[in-house]
Design a protein around this ligand. Structure first.
Ligand SMILES: Cc1cc2nc3c(=O)[nH]c(=O)nc-3n(C[C@H](O)[C@H](O)[C@H](O)COP(=O)(O)OP(=O)(O)OC[C@H]3O[C@@H](n4cnc5c(N)ncnc54)[C@H](O)[C@@H]3O)c2cc1C
Ligand code: FES
Ligand code: FES
Length: 523
């Protein structure tokens, strides 16, 4: 059984024991005084000023705040589900004296999530005299501007791209442009001139944002930040766990790329929210000799980059996860905790032998302490969107073993669209073959059961066998009877079973060097 050393300097951790209830942390923190549920302040930088909005409900979306409360109608509503990108705005946080820019879907982002940040909408780019920003100029010159709904969103994705690249002296190629625009849909199919506009950005002299005064303004806001009220933004792990313990009915959120849809599509009211994205300890990826630990506030984009640094095959798979804005807001921890049976990261993480670290604030011998436990991911799920997570617990870390010599990994997503789509079937296979025989194999599967699953029967059929066509055929037969997938709008049960077998074949072809056409290589 895999043994993970301590994942956080604050943890005192022995070897992993699945039966163990809680290991106790020696970190002792005095309890915070938690304020009663009152409206949280909401302040952000916009057009050179601090906007101070009072009495904003915790579940008010940023789009509604902009359009309805502040009457800033440049930002449009298309789908209200994070899919189309019409509502894209750009936010920036001050990190180490610089601004970090993100394009976000304002339709599913709680307004309070941008407290302490800077905000730009499509009406904020042109200079006061009307001179267009280079991204607007490029859209005009390349005839990229079409309908008034999608264009503001495209422009904002281009602005975020511009600040990340051209303003830093870097150029934009087609791959980077397609990534940056992967969260923007255009129903009139005018993508070519828009991509051309993105690739032409370096032609203009750079017109970067003057960051210094904005950084100063944001630092002043941060200094006076309060993590209280009906939208809490704790900044430390003990504060997060105490808030969770004191408000077990509050909705915990990270990027809100799932939870935001409960508001806009499910029409749910959420009277109290705990937002974990400001927790410093959880915003990091920790690297150890045998594993990496990905904090629950790390974005999907950064998490996939960290995983791909060890296993490059993960990079194209990560790019198939939603689109750029969702990957920048959403977290790996949120994907895992949400527990959708068609979530993309879990089959991969199960295939890699990942564990989750669950943490809580508990009373131990009369004193409040942080406690934690490690759970292998395949044991975390107990049923359809159900898990071992207790009401006072937070998923704090995803712990992923690093590759061992000779490891081969294949990871596949089958969906109707290449970008911005949820999978019908997902399969990850990690393999060690020595002397022609399969020494070890782990298979994670999604879209084929009520929860993300490990294909233990198929693994058993393969271990100790030669990695040849006969073993493959046996494994294909086993995996098809191991799962009983459902038919739904994404795929029929029959199709899903067939795809499982075909993905195993693809893994066999690729791992034995006989491969195979890779979808990512087709243009
Ligand atoms: C347009 C669009 C495309 C998408 N495409 C994909 C896709 O291709 N593949 C895919 O798998 N998913 C996809 N999703 C779903 C979503 O983006 C992911 O599930 C994402 O990882 C959720 O993370 P989050 O931080 O936004 O979670 P949130 O929405 O903030 O939270 C989701 C749930 O998890 C809980 N939670 C979050 N963090 C923690 C934690 N640390 N501890 C305990 N509980 C926690 C919350 O309480 C909530 O119940 C898509 C969503 C949209 C809107
Ligand atoms: S309105 Fe479509 S992504 Fe927000
Ligand atoms: S730009 Fe709106 S449909 Fe194409």
């Amino acid at each position: 059984m895999a043994k993970f050393p301590c994942v956080n300097p604050g943890f005192i951790l022995g070897s992993f024991d699945p039966e163990n209830s809680f290991a106790m942390s020696k970190t002792l923190v005095s309890p915070l005084k938690l304020a009663p549920s009152v409206s949280s302040p909401l302040r952000f930088w916009h057009r050179g000023q601090i906007v101070n909005s009072g009495n904003v409900p915790p579940d008010r979306t940023l789009l509604d705040l902009l359009r309805e409360d502040l009457r800033l109608s440049a930002t449009k509503e298309g789908c209200a589900a994070g899919d189309c990108g019409a509502c894209t705005v750009v936010v920036a946080e001050a990190v180490d004296g610089r601004l970090q820019y993100r394009a976000v879907n304002s339709c599913i982002k709680p307004a309070h999530a941008i407290d302490g940040m800077a905000l730009w909408t499509a009406a904020d780019l042109a200079q006061p005299g009307g001179t267009l920003h280079p991204v607007q100029r490029a859209m005009v010159d390349c005839h990229g501007s079409q309908c008034g709904f999608c264009t503001p969103g495209f422009v904002m994705s281009l602005f975020a791209l511009y600040q990340r690249t051209v303003a830093q002296g870097q150029s934009v190629d087609k791959h980077i442009a397609l990534q940056a625009l992967s969260g923007n849909l255009c129903r009139c199919t005018g993508y070519r001139p828009i991509v051309q506009a993105a690739c032409s950005l370096q032609a203009d002299p750079a017109q970067a944002v003057d960051e210094a005064p904005i950084v100063v303004a944001l630092q002043t806001l941060a200094a006076s930040q309060q993590a209280t009220g009906d939208y809490q933004r704790p900044t430390s792990l003990p504060a997060l766990l105490q808030a969770r313990a004191h408000h077990p009915k509050a909705q915990l959120i990270a990027g809100a790329t799932d939870a935001g849809l409960w508001i806009t599509q499910g029409l749910r009211r959420i009277p109290q929210i705990i937002d974990l994205t400001r927790v410093n300890e959880l915003r990091q990826v920790m690297h150890y000799p045998d594993h990496i630990a990905i904090g629950a506030a790390v974005s999907l984009q950064d998490a996939f980059e960290a995983l791909a640094a060890d296993r490059p095959v993960i990079a194209p798979f990560g790019e198939r996860f939603a689109g750029w804005p969702i990957r920048q807001s959403g977290t790996l921890g949120g994907n895992v905790a949400n527990g959708s049976p068609i979530g993309d990261s879990m089959p991969l993480l199960i295939g890699l032998g990942a564990q989750v670290v669950l943490m809580a604030w508990r009373n131990v011998r009369g004193q409040g302490r942080m406690v934690h436990r490690h759970v292998p991911l395949e044991q975390f799920y107990t049923g359809y969107r159900q898990s071992l997570l207790a009401t006072d617990e937070v998923l704090a870390w995803v712990v992923v073993p690093r590759p061992t010599p000779g490891e081969w990994l294949g990871v596949y997503k089958v969906s109707k669209r290449q970008e911005d789509d949820i999978s019908a079937v997902c399969l990850a296979l990690q393999l060690q073959v020595h002397g022609g025989l399969i020494q070890s194999v782990r298979i994670g599967a999604g879209g084929v059961a009520a929860k993300p699953a490990r294909a233990v029967q198929t693994e058993a059929a393969l271990v100790g066998q030669p990695w040849n066509e006969a073993s493959l055929a046996a494994a294909q037969a086993t995996i098809q009877q191991e799962f009983s997938p459902l038919s739904d709008l994404r795929a029929s049960a029959d199709y899903r079973r067939k795809i499982l077998a075909q993905l195993l074949r693809r893994a066999w072809l690729e791992s034995t060097g006989q491969s195979a056409i890779r979808l990512e290589d087709l243009t």
